[in-house]
Write a protein that binds this ligand. Structure first.
Ligand code: ZN
Ligand code: ZN
Length: 336
């Protein structure tokens, strides 16, 4: 099978011909139909973060495909089912996090395309318990971005405790941001979008943002405070500065949700303002299987719209360059 393989950290992914993997106990073999590109895959290939993948490895955690074969003991999904392979490849199922609905915090988790091979391949094996069924109404091209960008931003809005009538600001309108602003609207908020590119802001307006701010020519903190300040700010831009701007854009009682993971990320926060203003800083990492099922249901009901472009796996390096240069409308998806 064809797969994009990162041979060593910092090296460009290569297209290789690998044997089709055999599903082990409790695993399913999935024939990929669509596989989205998340910025995390580029961080993985570069070895940007403190916890590193172990090369050679196959990136990808927005995989959507058809179950072709069941390993011993697998049976939650049937051959022919369409399923999604998300970042949470597996978790222990028994720890305090797993049993309390926080499997995404499990310390024994495996991550697709990071600690285990992922979805940049014609086939992948995955844990039968952790793949999520894709409803028939959701196309594979849409399901792929929903599998990380969708569930991650849906969860970030949930943990922000956003209430109807509040103001949410989304910093960074890309693959994640274009969905974050739609979920904020579903939760009933007034939505402000911040980006450096006018094209992204036009996209935000077309998806229902109430206000847009280009941070290249306007101070976003001042502009948001002029609009009354944000109850919730979601930081999705992969650089430290927007995190501090997002915090400073909060009104009293406001919540900053940190989602993006800049390669070198330290944020400076004023203690006085945090205490007197009753402000919160929340870290949010992807979402659970149940969250992803809800994301698919909302999309099947026509409540969200995906902006994605189809690409070929062979063009993986050009795709990475386009993502890094901010040249993509929202999401790129390999179609097989
Ligand atoms: Zn991702
Ligand atoms: Zn666990």
């Amino acid at each position: 099978m064809k797969a994009a393989v990162v041979p060593e950290l910092g090296a460009k992914p290569e297209i290789q011909d690998l044997p089709v993997p055999e599903p082990g106990p409790g695993q399913v073999l999935v024939r990929m139909v669509a596989s989205g590109i998340c910025h995390t895959d580029i961080h993985a290939a570069h070895g940007d973060w403190p916890v590193k993948p172990n090369p050679p490895f196959v990136p990808g955690h927005e995989g959507v495909g058809i179950v072709e074969k069941l390993g011993p003991g697998a049976g939650l999904h049937a051959v022919g089912d369409r399923v999604a392979i998300a970042w949470l490849g597996s978790a222990c199922g028994n720890c305090s996090y797993c049993v309390s609905g926080w499997e995404t915090l499990c310390e024994s988790q495996q991550n697709s395309g990071y600690s285990i091979d992922g979805a940049y391949a014609e086939y992948a094996v995955a844990d039968d318990r952790f793949v999520v069924a894709v409803p028939g109404e959701v196309s594979s091209l849409d399901a792929a971005p929903l599998t990380c960008a969708g569930v991650t931003t849906f969860k970030s809005i949930k943990v922000s405790r956003l209430q109807p009538g509040e103001t949410a600001v989304v910093f960074g309108i890309g693959g994640l941001g274009h969905l974050a602003l739609q979920y904020a609207r579903i939760f009933g908020a007034r939505v402000i979008a911040v980006d450096l590119e006018d094209e992204k802001l036009e996209l935000a307006t077309s998806l229902g943002a109430d206000h847009v701010i280009n941070a290249r020519d306007t101070d976003p903190v001042e502009a948001i405070q002029d609009l009354g300040g944000a109850d919730v700010a979601v930081a999705l831009a992969s650089a430290p500065k927007p995190f501090e701007q997002a915090f400073s854009s909060l009104r009293r009682g406001g919540r900053l949700v940190c989602v993006a993971l800049p390669a070198s990320g330290t944020m400076s926060v004023p203690i006085f303002d945090t205490v007197l203003g009753g402000k919160s800083i929340i870290g949010s990492i992807v979402g659970t299987r149940a969250d992803l099922a809800d994301v698919f249901k909302l999309h099947a009901a026509g409540r969200t719209k995906i902006i994605a472009e189809s690409r070929r796996l062979e063009d993986v390096n050009a795709c990475f360059d386009d993502v890094l240069a901010g040249r993509v409308p929202a999401r790129l998806v390999f179609e097989f």
